[in-house]
Design a protein around this ligand. Sequence first.
Ligand code: AHM
Ligand code: MG
Length: 346
Amino acid sequence: MKELITLGEFVIQQQHKHSDATGDLSQIFGAIRLASKLVHREINKAGIADITGAIGQENIQGEQQQKLDVYANEKFKAALAARGLVCGIASEEEESYVSFDQDINHGSKYVVLIDPIDGSSNIDVNVAVGTIFSIYRRKSPHDGPVQLEDFLQPGTAQVAAGYVIFGTSTMLVYTTGEGVNGFTFDPSIGVFYLSHANMQIPKTGRIYSVNEGNYVHFHDGVKRYIKHCQEFDPATNRPYTSRYIGSLVADFHRNLLKGGIYFYPSYANHPMGKLRLLYECNPMAWLAEQAGGRASDGSGTRILDIKPMELHQRTPFYVGSSSMMDDVEGFIAKEKARLQQMAELV
Ligand code: AHM
Ligand code: MG
């Protein structure tokens, strides 16, 4: 029988490749792994919780029902604080960053940014959701509380990033800058096993993922690209396939495995797009690049190069197979050039 490697073993093996590694990062992964298992358990009883009491009401054990995103936020926060390896977190669920103020946390080197449950509108309808995380080395002195500057770092400074997808099975996918690896959870024994080693996104694909309900509001370059997808796939002479779950993690994961592109452009209602640079775009962009794909704002700026100005900053987001990224950026650039030309004529 094939020897299976657990996530814990894999992380330690990776750590041993670096003689200067202290093991702190491996322990942070331990915390993320633990919180993921708790969220997995909670998600899998979400249906039962629904019939035993609505959110905000007491359940049959007399406990208040918690929204899953609040539950996940609390679990990740507690697990990360407990080990003393992280000095603070920033979360999509929290207005400001959270400083871990025990003495054991002040000396720690890392901060974690997290979207505890992404795609939360899908929870009530039993559709895949995910957790997205990224880890940075702090910039402030290691002997005091965490500072805002520790979180406002460009994506190129990430030390590790990944997501957990709670789908038909639960998987954890992550990178530390040495490729992308995926681990599938075996709930019967509570262990993640390496199932997808060295993941590579196909250079091109046939899937485009965008909320087409917003089509009439999109800029012409984006519209033209969508029309291109609907009309022509040079490989098959058929249109591309449209797939949109509305859970970034699920849409990204499928495209990573099969080849495709996900985009959330800017438009009138969302002048900076919808997705958050720090919690959603940076980790996914790095994973995409590490798997051989690309991520940009659609107008030539690499996501990982954007210098964040605030915690909850948004950005237009395009991510996926490199040749599809080339195509969509080409359509957007062409439209921009056309508009510029027209402006010069008047
Ligand atoms: P959330 O963090 O509030 O869940 O929002 C992020 C989600 C993404 O997972 C998803 O791709 C997108 O929002 C869907 O938005 P829309 O419903 O506007 O298409
Ligand atoms: Mg989100």
